[in-house]
Design a protein around this ligand. Structure first.
Ligand code: GLY
Ligand code: MN
Ligand code: MN
Length: 433
């Protein structure tokens, strides 16, 4: 992402914070996986959105109009010995030269410096509850300022939820963000294609997962969530991630896998027949889900409500379930009663961006939000018929979800993942190749 993009975001936020305010954002902490082994570090999305700075132990501060610089970055100092073990650091000079901070300080000096900057401000913009330890430090700095009010020290008197403002900014994607998402989708699409050509009866789910990992990593991406590779009954477990069962001839395989590229996510699902041919029941369910997905995409338009795509999917899924005999009753009543929820128990989509389930409110007040140009969401209806449902055996253990990533644009929905086959005949053709 271009450095200018981060500068523009800071400028936009600073306009909202104003000259009597200050915004404070901590980096993500390093997390331990097991004893001495850490998880690979991934920066906090809000922090990265404003700074482009990917190191831990950092705090970004925006103090609009401050004479000695508006953008302060507290970060780790250079340290030859530490860098030999853990890799290079930007240091204070790098924070200024490469990350456009107006001023940079060692993170270890933050207790001495930051309270003095907070002191000149009335309003603190901060996201409470994300990092408990940092919440505590903010509280201590403000408490210390308050305790000195009798000696003329000024303490801020208003706390404002920074996430509320920042997450609204993040909901509208810029051209550069859409282009990063396009790249994340492109990589995931090529991984899905690779898997479709690879899958065969007798393989294990983890072997299929490995195809995705290979494709992600060779394009400088990593997964944006643990891939779901579920065959047969496992396709009906929404968050299945064991990925250790053998693929049986005649089963369906649901793969929900996306990657993160340059801090932007993709999230794509395809449901494919393990032996390359859908059974009549699998095809019947698949066609309902596909019709629902296409109808939902058609509703993913500027000016529609957030819930319109979901309503469209619900209608088609309910109609389809009735047609194949899994639901009984009149269509309006089945919809009103939510009868479809027995087989379609999740919503049709979510915002996607830096986080796979991205930030942004779905409602404004009590009303579903209007869709606007630049918003990006997934469209992912599904039908799941676990063995526990009292339906004829031939329908059991069929789980189908079809998921694409869609940008709302002035000229209609732009399906970023449109290059990936989902028509059942096309899927069969790809699998036979
Ligand atoms: N992969 C998670 C989801 O589809 O929401
Ligand atoms: Mn998904
Ligand atoms: Mn999703």
């Amino acid at each position: 992402m271009n450095r200018k993009e981060f500068a523009n975001r800071r400028k936009t936020l600073m306009r909202m914070v104003g000259e009597d305010g200050i915004a404070i954002l901590p980096s993500a902490p390093v997390r331990i996986r097991s004893r001495d082994v850490e998880y690979r570090f991934r920066q906090d999305s809000d922090f990265y959105y404003l700074s482009g700075f990917a190191e831990p132990d950092a705090v970004a501060v925006l103090a609009p109009g401050r004479d000695n610089g508006e953008y302060l970055l507290f970060c780790r100092d250079r340290d030859t010995k530490q860098e030999l073990w853990h890799g290079s650091r930007a240091g204070l000079d790098g924070a200024i030269e490469d990350f456009a901070a107006d001023d940079a300080f060692p993170i270890d000096d933050i207790d001495d410096i930051l309270p003095g900057v907070i002191e000149s401000r009335n309003r603190v913009f901060y996201t409470m509850g994300a990092y408990a330890e940092f919440d505590q430090r903010i509280a201590e700095w403000v408490k210390a300022l308050r305790s000195r009010e009798a000696s003329g020290i000024h303490a801020p008197h208003e706390f404002i939820a920074l996430d509320h403002i920042l997450h609204d900014m993040r909901l509208y994607k810029s051209r550069a963000e859409i282009s990063a998402m396009r790249k994340a989708v492109k990589i995931a699409v090529s991984a899905h294609r690779r898997a479709m050509a690879f899958v065969a009866p007798g393989m294990y789910e983890y072997e299929v997962e490995a195809e995705y990992m290979h494709e992600f990593r060779r394009h400088a991406a990593s997964w944006s969530y643990t891939p779901i590779v579920g065959t047969g009954a496992n396709a009906c477990t929404l968050h299945y991630v064991d990925n250790n069962a053998q693929l049986a001839d005649g089963d369906l395989l649901l793969i929900d896998a996306g990657c993160e590229y340059d801090y932007y996510a993709s999230d794509i699902t395809r449901s494919i027949p393990v032996n390359g041919r859908f059974s009549p029941e699998q095809r019947a369910v698949y066609e309902i889900v596909l019709e629902a997905q296409l109808a939902a995409i058609e509703k993913t338009c500027k000016g529609n409500h957030w819930n319109d795509p979901h309503d469209a999917a619900v209608r088609i899924i309910t109609k389809g379930l009735k047609k194949i005999g899994l639901l009984d009753g009149t269509l309006p009543k089945l919809i009103r009663d939510g009868a479809y929820r027995e087989y379609f128990m999740h919503r049709t989509g979510h915002w996607i961006g830096m986080d796979v389930h991205d930030v942004g409110d779905y409602k404004v007040g009590d009303e579903w939000r209007f869709l606007e140009s630049g918003m990006v969401m997934t469209v992912e209806p599904g039908i799941y018929i676990p063995a526990s449902r009292k339906v004829p055996a031939r329908w059991r253990n069929i789980g189908v979800r079809i998921e694409d990533d869609v940008v709302v644009t002035n000229s209609g929905p732009d399906v970023l993942s449109k290059g990936l086959a989902k028509d059942p005949d096309e899927v069969e053709k790809l699998m036979a190749a």
